[in-house]
Design a protein around this ligand. Structure first.
Ligand code: TXA
Ligand code: MG
Length: 319
C-alpha cells in the first residue's frame, strides 16, 4: 500500500531518497530530502513540473534556519516577527538562500521559500527527520492541489514507487488552499500568492505597509491559468447572476452546477479543490461560481477562481 499512517515509514522514505506524500494544513505536498539532489529531481519528474519552478523547503517548528537562509538581509526583522506570530502555519517566506539550499530546489535562484507547516503529522515527520523537506503540492503540474491522501493517489499513484515512496494519510487539509507566499528578499515586502494569512494581517505584524499584490508575477509557477478543473469555470458577481447563467448553460445542454461559498469562506476554501475534483469525476461541463467577497481568505478564493477560469476551456468573467 502506498497510503499509510506510519510516520516511521515516511521518515525512512525521506532518509532513503524516496518521496513522501505529506499532509499539511494547507494542501498535501510531495516531499523529498531537500539536500538529496536525486530525490528532489524525482519530484519534478513525478509531477511533470518544469525544473525552473522552485520548491518550498519545509522545516519542523524547532529546526534551525541556519544554512537555509543567509542571516543578514533588509527585511530580516519583519521575517522574524512573521515567524514568531504565524509559524508553524500557512505562510511561506521568500528569503535569500543559504549554503544548504541546492540549486535544483530553487531553479538556480538566489532566494528560497521556507515554511514551517502546522499539521501535527507534518510536524512529527519533520521533527523526526530533522532536515528540510523540499515539497511542491502533490498534484500533476497545472492541476488542482490535493487536499486528501486519496487525491494524491489519484494524481500520482501510478508514478510513485511502492518500494521507496509513501503517501501519509493525515485526513482532509484544514485550510484547503496553498500557503500565503510573502517575498522578503525584494526591496519592498510583497505578497506573491494569497492564502489564509492576508495582506492586512502581514502588514499589521510587520508594522509597515506592504506592496500591493499583482502586476506581472515574479514567481514562476504562478501562471495566470492554473488550478483548473476540466469543466469550464465562470465567475458570477451575485447568486442571482449565477442562477441566470446556469439556466442558460443548461439550456445549451451543458451539465452545470452553481457553487456559492459566500456564506462561509473558510469552509469554501476547505472544499474548493475537492469540489473541482468532484466536478471532473461527474464530467460536469460548467461550474458557475459566485464571486466570494474580498475579505479574509476570500482573496485566496477569488485568486484561485480567476486562475481556474483562465485555465478552463472557455474563460469568462461575467455579470
Ligand atoms: O501550502 C503550500 O505552500 C503547499 C504545501 C505543500 O506547503 N506547497 C505549495 O507548493 O503550494 P507549490 O510548489 O505548489 O507552490 C509554491 C509556489 C510556486 O508557485 C513557486 O514558484 C513559488 O512558490 N516559489 C517557491 N520558491 C520561490 C522563490 N524562491 N521565489 C519565488 N517564488 C517561489
Ligand atoms: Mg502547486
Amino acid at each position: 500500500m502506498l497510503i499509510s499512517t506510519d510516520v516511521d515509514r515516511a521518515v525512512a522514505a525521506l532518509r532513503g531518497g524516496g518521496l513522501v506524500g505529506l499532509p499539511t494544513e494547507t494542501v498535501y505536498g510531495l516531499g523529498a530530502n531537500a539536500t538529496d539532489e536525486q530525490a528532489v529531481r524525482r519530484i519534478f519528474e513525478v509531477k511533470g513540473r518544469p525544473t525552473d519552478h522552485p520548491l518550498i523547503v519545509h522545516l519542523g517548528p524547532d529546526a534551525d534556519l541556519d544554512g537555509w537562509i543567509t542571516p543578514r538581509f533588509d527585511h530580516r526583522d519583519a521575517a522574524q516577527r512573521l515567524a514568531e506570530v504565524v509559524w508553524p502555519g500557512p505562510l511561506t517566506m521568500i528569503m535569500p538562500a543559504g549554503p544548504r539550499v541546492l540549486p535544483i530546489v530553487t531553479g538556480g535562484r538566489a532566494t528560497v521559500g521556507i515554511r514551517r507547516p502546522a499539521h501535527p503529522i507534518a510536524i512529527e515527520v519533520l521533527d523526526r527527520f530533522g532536515g528540510g523537506v523540499a515539497a511542491p503540492s502533490a498534484n500533476l503540474f497545472g492541476r488542482v492541489s490535493p487536499t486528501t491522501a486519496q487525491h494524491v493517489i489519484h494524481d500520482l499513484g501510478d508514478r510513485l514507487d511502492i518500494r521507496r515512496d509513501v503517501i501519509l494519510d493525515g485526513g482532509a487539509s484544514a485550510v484547503g488552499v496553498e500557503s500565503t507566499i510573502v517575498d522578503l528578499a525584494s526591496p519592498e515586502i510583497q505578497v506573491l500568492r494569497h492564502g489564509a494569512i492576508t495582506n492586512n494581517e502581514i502588514a499589521a505584524i510587520v508594522s509597515q505597509p506592504i506592496a500591493p499584490t499583482g502586476g506581472p508575477s515574479r514567481a514562476s509557477g504562478m501562471l495566470a491559468s492554473h488550478y483548473a478543473p476540466h469543466a469550464e469555470v465562470r465567475i458570477a458577481a451575485t447568486a442571482a447572476a449565477a442562477e441566470r447563467l446556469a439556466t442558460r448553460s443548461q439550456a445549451e445542454g451543458k451539465r452545470t452546477q452553481v457553487l456559492d461559498y459566500s456564506d462561509d469562506l473558510l469552509a469554501g476554501a476547505r472544499h474548493l479543490y475537492a469540489d473541482f475534483r468532484r466536478a471532473d469525476r461527474e464530467h460536469l461541463d460548467a461550474l458557475i461560481v459566485v464571486e466570494p467577497p474580498a475579505i479574509g481568505i476570500g482573496f485566496a478564493l477569488r485568486d484561485r477562481l480567476v486562475k481556474a477560469a483562465n485555465g478552463s476551456t472557455r474563460s469568462n468573467r461575467v455579470g
